[in-house]
Design a protein around this ligand. Structure first.
Ligand SMILES: NC(=O)c1ccc[n+]([C@@H]2O[C@H](COP(=O)([O-])OP(=O)(O)OC[C@H]3O[C@@H](n4cnc5c(N)ncnc54)[C@H](O)[C@@H]3O)[C@@H](O)[C@H]2O)c1
Length: 249
């Protein structure tokens, strides 16, 4: 359809299932994509068959220098930076259990990747977007803080921090023509998640939705494309819950 034709979008955490779905969806919509991840994802990126419109880049969002190099690579390769999806996250390694028992180091790592990493990526792209007088930032939050999922306090609270960060940043840089929103997926289980949680958590989650099926990575793509496209130019500081109509009981 070309809703993102010739726009340059950075996706962090692009090697995960959801990150890959964003990248492939944006490429289908005509974007150039810089697919960034902690790991080398060159082979994955090549398998998308998008040629020069996509570039793999290794970056650890915990390192500001990496984030800056990522933004520079996107600009140097494609000539501009229209959007970023801050999708890299500390999720699958986060342990479940009482808030009394979360290891302080794990608490800190969770906040560092999810909150500080997001902030650092926003810092990296801002100078380019400011110069352009336009840009879109999507920060990936989660449905978990809206549900108040228990026994996962570090992750859940870090994802609500993303909502606050996005709302405040939207006000701070709205005058520069930059739009900031957050997207909140519900549980999108893959093999790793099923192995850790079994199938019961997903079955319960499905039963608590208006749309009674498992959420797929592809379910996130339309909302992201919309928030990166020219169709959403008056929407900022918002959090969009893409959750099949989860009811919070
Ligand atoms: N899967 C779900 O059910 C779900 C639900 C709600 C929100 N989310 C959020 O969606 C995002 C993607 O989740 P996912 O399930 O695809 O996770 P995932 O673990 O499959 O993928 C995350 C990717 O981020 C990368 N990454 C991790 N730390 C990084 C770092 N320091 N620097 C750069 N890259 C790093 C990993 O290499 C990985 O490729 C996360 O922010 C997660 O919190 C996921």
């Amino acid at each position: 359809m070309g809703l993102l034709k010739d726009k340059t979008i950075i996706v962090t955490g692009a090697g995960g299932n959801i990150g890959q779905a964003y990248c492939e969806g944006f490429l289908t919509e005509g974007a150039n994509v810089l697919a960034a991840d902690l790991s080398d994802i060159s082979d994955t990126v090549q398998s998308w068959g998008a040629g020069d419109r996509v570039k793999a880049f290794r970056a650890n969002v915990l390192e500001q220098d990496d984030c800056d190099a990522m933004a520079k690579a996107a600009f140097d390769t494609f000539g501009r930076i229209d959007g970023i999806v801050n999708n890299a996250g500390f999720f699958k390694s986060a342990s479940f259990g009482s808030f009394m028992d979360i290891a302080p180091d794990e608490w800190d790592l969770c906040y560092q990747v999810n909150v500080r990493g997001t902030w650092q990526c926003c810092r990296a792209v801002y100078p380019y977007m400011k110069t352009q007088g336009a840009g879109r930032i999507i920060n990936i939050s989660s449905n978990t803080p809206y549900k108040g999922i228990p026994n996962f306090l570090h992750y859940v609270s870090s994802k609500m921090a993303i909502v606050g960060l996005s709302r405040a940043l939207a006000r701070e840089i709205g005058g520069d023509g930059i739009i900031v929103n957050s997207l909140c997926p519900d549980l999108i289980p893959d093999d790793d998640i099923i192995e850790r949680q079994g199938t019961a958590a997903n079955e319960r989650t499905v039963s608590e939705r208006c749309i009674k099926r498992t959420q797929l990575p592809e379910d996130m793509v339309g909302a992201a494309v919309f928030l990166l496209s020219d169709m959403s130019g008056f929407i900022t500081g918002q959090s969009l819950l893409v959750n099949g109509g989860a009811h919070f009981n």
